[in-house]
Design a protein around this ligand. Structure first.
Ligand SMILES: [Zn+2]
Length: 201
């Protein structure tokens, strides 16, 4: 690495900050971009600039968007009485990929993890409470992962929603090990949503 020009060293350093990219992979990618594919390097730089400047969170559901409201919230064809609550944007993408859920979403951007110092204030909980007070939400499918933190979050959210007359459900068993929704195949997800159960409070 010392022999590389400083610009390439910087590129390696920046790439290796990405999740699951070690220094070896970063060096290989940087070398490829700088030595073999200048056009890709330029279009990648352009895409990075554009997304960093234009991508924000939806004002209503906190999914990624280029507008104040995301494409789902802007769509007129969604059922506003049923809300699906997920931990992160990729979970929403996994559910949309199946194409069966016609309701709206709320992305928490975190899980309740008291042992790691993450309380409700680190998630979009206050915004969720504001929504259930003004939107016609009757049921909330809490699709956080089937892990200790995912279950604890679901229980916390279900209790909160109960105060506003919203029925809380959880996707049925059969989710993949650890319950990471983003890795579930379409059939599993479809069955888990169809066979959802009320959260026992
Ligand atoms: Zn939205």
């Amino acid at each position: 690495m010392v022999a590389f020009p400083p610009a390439l060293q910087k590129l390696v350093r920046e790439l290796s900050k990405l999740p699951s990219i070690g220094e070896k992979t970063a060096t290989r990618l940087a070398y490829h971009l700088a030595a073999n594919d200048r056009n890709l390097a330029l279009s990648l730089a352009d895409a990075l600039q554009h997304s960093a400047k234009s991508i924000r969170l939806c004002d209503r559901c906190f999914f990624m968007s280029e507008e104040p409201l995301c494409t789902i919230c802007r769509s007129g064809g969604r059922d506003a009485s049923i809300l699906c609550i997920v931990e992160k944007p990729v979970d929403l993408v996994a559910i949309e990929r199946v194409g069966e859920f016609r309701g709206v979403y709320h992305v928490l951007h975190g899980l309740w993890a008291p042992l790691r110092g993450q309380g409700p204030e680190t998630m979009r909980i206050a915004e969720l409470v504001s929504r259930v007070q003004v939107e016609p939400i009757k049921e909330a499918i809490i699709a956080t992962s089937a892990t200790v933190e995912g279950d604890a979050t679901a229980m916390y959210v279900a209790r909160l929603l109960q105060e506003y007359g919203v029925r809380a459900t959880r996707p049925a068993q059969g989710m993949p090990k650890g319950g990471e929704l983003e890795y579930a195949d379409d059939v599993t997800l479809s069955r888990a949503f169809a066979g959802r159960n009320a959260v026992e409070l």
